[in-house]
Design a protein around this ligand. Structure first.
Ligand code: GRF
Length: 192
């Protein structure tokens, strides 16, 4: 049976859009996005979600999120640039898995500014990770990773753009993996 997904955002929502597009095309038998929650009313992703006609709620507390989720029940929550750390109580009481996308090859470069941390460390390969959310930030079980090269002249901006392309490919594959028995890939390598 088709699964119901909620996406939590705080910003521009490009990963949310990649999941929405997948849910309407290749992934249409697998899941629908039934709810978008943003903790910021001015997040760019909110207008994208509205344009797609998805129920969209602005919630500034976990209590508000739980109330919305008690009306719109979902099978999976995807954090797509949701810049708020969820409490242990929320994670254990929400009643479904939560997955997150992070712009590094975890366990390297946890937390904020992962792309800048990768550049500063001088790594030659970095990427993104989709993982389960646990109370410890960026430490849950890894679902899929996408690797990209780091070039000599990269800036945080150019590297972030390359990683974002990998993110947009990995997140839908991760959902497919979590929601079905079909494991299309455990990792991708985006060479360009
Ligand atoms: C992405 O880089 C994601 O990995 C991180 O926040 C950013 C969100 O970008 N968690 P967007 O809002 O999906 O465009």
């Amino acid at each position: 049976m088709k699964k119901k997904v909620a996406i939590f955002i705080s910003g521009r929502g490009s990963n949310m859009k990649s999941l929405l597009d997948f849910s309407k095309n290749e992934g249409k038998e697998i899941f629908s996005v039934d709810l978008v929650i943003s903790n910021k009313s001015n997040a760019g992703g909110v207008s994208i979600a509205n344009a797609y006609g998805i129920e969209t709620r602005i919630c500034t507390s976990e209590e508000e999120i739980l109330t919305v989720l008690s009306y719109t029940k979902v099978d999976l929550i995807c954090l797509a640039g949701f810049m708020k750390i969820l409490s242990k109580d929320f994670i254990s009481s929400v009643g479904c898995n939560i997955i997150n996308i992070h712009p590094s090859l975890l366990p390297s470069f946890k937390g904020l500014n992962a792309q800048a941390k990768a550049l500063a460390a001088g790594v030659k390969i970095t990427g993104c990770t989709v993982h389960y959310v646990t109370p410890e930030v960026d430490a849950g079980k890894i679902i899929i990773q996408g690797a990209v090269p780091v070039f000599k002249n990269d800036t945080v901006d150019s590297l972030s753009k390359r990683i974002l392309k990998a993110e947009h490919k990995c997140f839908p594959i991760a959902l497919e993996k979590v929601l079905t028995d079909n494991i299309r890939a455990d990792f991708i390598f985006l060479q360009e």
